[in-house]
Structures are given as structure tokens and as C-alpha cells.
Ligand binder design. Structure first.
Ligand code: GLN
Length: 447
């Protein structure tokens, strides 16, 4: 009830929640109390959490930040939701997000922009901006998020919290509304690396309902947190410290790296020579997959349906025209274009080739170091509305996060001090496949 009271007090200002499930949360909390008294409680019994509003939740609205799903109540729980429930966690509601997770500021949500709790005139980042703002404002101690091109790490960085995107295939995508299936990955967001590790422990695991889910032995992400950092080699990609990086962000990152060296780590310069190809490759592949995934929203089975139409084709067209926002429509158009006959080879196939080169860059760099460190975003949080009319400018701000998704690697954002105007800065740590425990260890030592 403490957290519900905080949400009720702060949400009208911050707008981090689309749905607050007061009744469901109180009932689940009662059940957790009973389980604790009976000695049958799960490891997260009574822990208040919230889910990004693209995880399907049985009986609770799931909008994906879109008007097209304004009335959608899922008949089932996402894998992540059912696992956290089984561990005893109590969901207090669903957090705001960019529509269909497309965006870097949360301004594309049909439910209004989220405000950054550190400065209410700034964006919280996106697309998991509601999750990041909710944690940063103390409305919830931990939250789920998803990351297709930075959507956990970037809002975590801009809101001064910790957020981890695990290796692709580690967290089941079952019940997670798809944006770009080959890039989408769920993860955890909380104040500390330790809390992220705890939540992640109960999110991962093989699930036959997701064809890309990996069947691996269970791992305890809390186990390595206290390992000393002596001997850890941290690679600094020279492409991540070039001209595009704001001076105050660079300074905060350098200070964190100095701290890591004091803790015994060594730093070495590495190169990711195809970094400049990541944005063009991502902004072909992600819209291509999105245009296919979003074809299911047709007004027939669920979601918004236009009220007047002559025939089936017009019903589809009107329902989609009314239900989707401008950014989603832009991506569907781009996606349909790059997949169309005659352009497929020139754009889509080309982008897949670049994707391979980008993944190879990381493998090459990781022969010289154990993890890679750099900024999460080129600047600290910018003003609400500042980039809203300039999609290309906004896409360019994803430069340090999207290559990781193209390669499928794990990465996190951990607080690294403040910008010149007192906004949080995030340090990004990138690991090799299944290197989550090492990333959480380094972040924990730094915190
Ligand atoms: N900003 C990126 C995009 O708009 C990443 C979003 C995400 O990770 N979901 O596609």
C-alpha cells in the first residue's frame, strides 16, 4: 500500500503508469501474506513490481502504448509475467511506453508523454520510459522492460537507474507484444545491479512457446556480484568516444572508468569499425519486422475497429488509420517498402549483411577484453518536444545502443554521475554472449 500511495500521489504529474491495478495488487499481496505465514512463499513474495505495458497480463489492460489496443484485455499472461507471479512478486500495474516500443523519448505513447522525475521538462528516454521514471521516482522498486534497440538501457541511463538487456534468447518473448522479433528482448530495471539481478533470476528460462528461447542451465545472477575486479579487462571502443559525444557525458564516463581502474580493472582501446552502419542497418531491419508483426492489428480479432465502413478492406484500412500513431505508420511504410519486390535485395538483404559485420566487430573486440564500456546515449535527457518533429535526429541518438541488439549481446546501463545541467548519465557495459553475471558484477562494484 505504501507504493500504491506513492503511485497515486505522483502519477498525475509523471504519467509513468497507464494502468494501476489496485485491486489485483491488494489481492496478490494478501495471497503473499498467506503464503509467507504458511511457509510456502516464493523468493519474491510480496515484492511490488510493475510491467511495461507490452507484456500481456491476464485480466488487466495491455495497450502497448497504442490507441489500437485501448480496449485489449489479454486472456493470458506473458511468460515473464507468469514466472514473476509464481515467484510471489506483486504487480501494481502497467507502465507507459512509446507506441509499440518505437521511440527514444516516450513521446509517441497514445497515453501522453512521461516526464523525467529529475526534471519535469525533460524526456525520460524510451521506449521503456514509464518503467524507468516509475523506478527513479520511487513509485516502484523494480520493473520489467524490453529492449529492441536500447529501450531498457537508454531510459535507465537518462533516469539514473540500472537496467539490463540480457543475451537474445534468454528471456522468453511469449506474450510480449512483438516489435522486431529478431531484436526484442525483455529485461529488468531497478535502482541497483543487485535488484536487477534478483528480478532477472525470475525472468529467464527456457520456454517452448518462443522458438528462439534458449535451453540452458539456470544461472544465479546474484552469485558473482562480489567478485573483485582485479584483472578484468575493459575495452573502450574508439568509435564510442568520437565527436558526437557531449563533453559533459564524456567527463562522467571518464570518471566512472577511473573508478573502475581504482577497483583493479584495466582499460584498453578497442575498435568497432562498422559502428557507423548500425543505425542504417537497424532502421531497415526493425521496421521490416515491425511491418510484418503489426499486420495482425486489423480490427477483426481484437483492438480498435472503425465504426463505419463499406467493406472489409475499408474496415482494415480505417481501423489501422485511426488506431496507429504517426511514428508507427512511418515505420510500417518504411518496412513494407524495404521488403517489397525490387527493393528487398538492395535494402533488407544489405542490412542483414551489415548486421553480420557488426556482430563480427564485437567478437573481434572481445578477444582483446572481457567487457566493453562506453556511453549509453550521446547526451543527457533533452527537453520534452525538442526532437518530437525530427525522427532522423531521434534515430541518430540510438548510436551506442542498437549495435548490441543487432549482435544479440547482453548489455546494461549503470549510473555514472551527472551532466553539466545535473541530469543523470549512464555508463553502458556490453558483454559477450551469456556474460550477464560479469556485467552485473562490474556494475555492482561500481555502485
Ligand atoms: N529507439 C529505438 C527505436 O525506436 C529503440 C526502441 C526499442 O528498443 N524498443 O526503435
Amino acid at each position: 500500500t505504501d507504493y500504491l500511495a506513492r503511485i497515486e500521489a505522483q502519477n498525475p504529474t509523471i504519467n509513468a503508469f497507464i494502468t494501476v491495478d489496485r485491486d489485483g495488487a491488494l489481492a496478490a499481496a494478501d495471497q503473499a501474506d498467506v503464503a509467507i505465514a504458511a511457509g510456502t512463499a516464493g523468493p519474491l513474495a510480496g515484492l511490488p513490481i510493475a510491467h511495461k505495458d507490452l507484456f500481456c497480463t491476464e485480466g488487466v489492460l495491455t495497450t502497448c502504448g497504442s490507441k489500437i489496443l485501448a480496449n485489449f484485455v489479454s486472456p493470458y499472461d506473458a511468460h515473464v509475467v507468469s514466472q514473476l507471479k509464481a515467484a510471489g512478486a506483486v504487480s501494481l500495474g502497467k507502465t507507459n511506453m512509446d507506441e509499440f516500443a518505437m521511440g527514444s523519448t516516450n513521446e509517441s505513447s497514445a497515453y501522453g508523454a512521461v516526464k523525467n522525475p529529475w526534471n519535469l521538462s525533460r524526456v525520460p528516454g524510451g521506449s521503456s520510459g514509464g518503467s524507468a521514471a516509475a523506478v527513479a521516482a520511487g513509485m516502484i522498486p523494480a520493473c520489467t522492460g524490453t529492449d529492441t534497440g536500447g529501450s531498457i538501457r537508454q531510459p535507465a541511463g537518462l533516469c539514473g537507474i540500472t537496467g539490463i538487456k540480457p543475451t537474445y534468447g534468454t528471456v522468453s518473448r511469449y506474450g510480449m507484444i512483438a516489435y522486431a522479433s529478431s531484436l526484442d528482448q525483455g529485461g529488468s530495471m531497478a535502482h541497483t545491479a543487485e535488484d536487477c539481478a534478483l528480478l532477472l533470476n525470475h525472468m529467464v528460462g527456457f520456454d517452448a512457446r518462443d522458438s528462439t528461447s534458449l535451453d540452458r542451465p539456470a544461472e544465479d545472477y546474484l552469485h558473482d556480484l562480489h567478485r573483485p575486479l582485479s584483472g578484468v579487462r575493459i575495452g573502450l571502443p574508439k568509435e564510442y568516444f568520437g565527436d558526437g559525444l557531449a563533453a559533459d557525458v564524456r567527463e562522467a564516463i571518464e570518471n566512472s572508468l577511473a573508478e573502475l581502474r581504482k577497483l583493479g580493472a584495466t582499460t584498453v582501446e578497442v575498435s568497432l569499425p562498422n559502428t557507423h552502419l548500425a543505425i542504417p542497418a537497424y532502421y531497415v531491419i526493425a521496421p521490416a519486422e515491425a511491418s510484418s508483426n503489426l499486420s495482425r492489428f486489423d480490427g477483426v480479432r481484437y483492438g480498435h475497429r472503425a465504426s463505419e465502413y463499406k467493406d472489409l478492406a475499408e474496415m482494415y484500412a480505417k481501423s489501422r488509420a485511426e488506431g496507429f500513431g504517426a511514428e508507427v505508420k512511418r515505420r510500417i511504410l518504411v518496412g513494407a517498402y524495404v521488403l517489397s519486390h525490387g527493393y528487398y535485395d538492395a535494402y533488407y538483404i544489405k542490412a542483414q549483411q551489415l548486421r553480420r559485420l557488426i556482430a563480427q566487430d564485437f567478437q573481434q573486440a572481445l578477444t582483446q577484453c572481457d567487457i566493453i564500456a562506453g556511453p549509453v546515449a550521446p547526451t543527457a535527457a533533452w527537453g520534452l518536444g525538442q526532437m518530437a518533429d525530427d525522427p532522423v535526429q531521434m534515430y541518430l541518438a540510438d548510436i551506442y545502443t542498437i549495435a548490441v541488439n543487432l549482435a544479440g549481446l547482453p548489455a546494461l546501463s549503470t549510473p555514472a554521475g551527472f551532466s553539466a545541467d545535473n541530469m543523470p548519465v549512464g555508463l553502458q557495459l556490453i558483454g559477450n554472449y551469456f556474460g550477464e553475471a560479469r556485467l552485473l558484477n562490474v556494475a555492482h562494484q561500481l555502485q
